[in-house]
Design a protein around this ligand. Sequence first.
Ligand SMILES: O=C(O)CCC(=O)C(=O)O
Length: 290
Amino acid sequence: MQSLEREQLLQDGYCKFEGILSPGTVTALRAASDRLLDALPREQAEKLRAQGSLLPTTGDPLFADLIADPTALQALALLGFRRPTFSDGYVISKPGHSPRLFWHYDWFAWEDPYSFGPQPPQLFAMYYLSDTSRENGCLRVIPGSHVHHNPLHDVLREPHSAILSQARDMSIPEFSTRPDEVDVPVRAGDLLVGDARLLHAAHANETDERRTLITLWYQPELRAMPEPIQAQMAAKVQHTPAWWPQEARDKYSALLATYHGPAEPYGRQLYRQGPINEASCVSARSSPKR
Ligand SMILES: O=C(O)CCC(=O)C(=O)O
């Protein structure tokens, strides 16, 4: 029998686990994130107005505990993924009074047929360090867009390009309000798991407070994927800095995605419509609105 969360992940492309982190852990993560964010030069923050800062989680060994958090790994096991691997993680912080985050996907192996199958090839694990709402920039998603072609796919350009990150032109489709989008507000300490192929964005942060999120990327079943994808995942791994304590290095290294075969990693392949989601596009268009 599959869990309700797994059902939602496969059907909608995301699911939520409430209260995975204790308030004490959230406070400690917020302190570690604030230290990294406060050290960031102002010009760098301005370049990333829409998405906010994007700092690697290798910046503090405390993040090793989060990446290997037993309760979070149990949640992944409940989704059917008992041996996930980890590649990279980021502290993403939207400053107060920052614009919307653009619509995008975070999967880049679209020339491989595996990318059109039902299995999530890669998962985001998102932990927001404050409660989120429309006011402070909660996540927005288009349910089902991880496996169904969506009209938005036809007009999206390179995700995370400078024009998008700097939010220079808010009239482009990447910043639009979509008829099929839904808000995904969470409480600090919840774990939001999603398929890397899912179309997602975030509301503007209209408050005075920074809204910080830690995004971790896991591969639920690395060895089930074609070798060029395994190589691509291993190539994006962030390795532990030498200054981390050995215990944190060991904990982190045990989860890392590896590939030692002959295949070349795929480059950054942008979305194209595939054979499976071509068919599902028709059913998506004719299905009733949520
Ligand atoms: O800021 C968010 O809520 C989502 C961040 C995200 O998806 C990204 O920056 O790729």
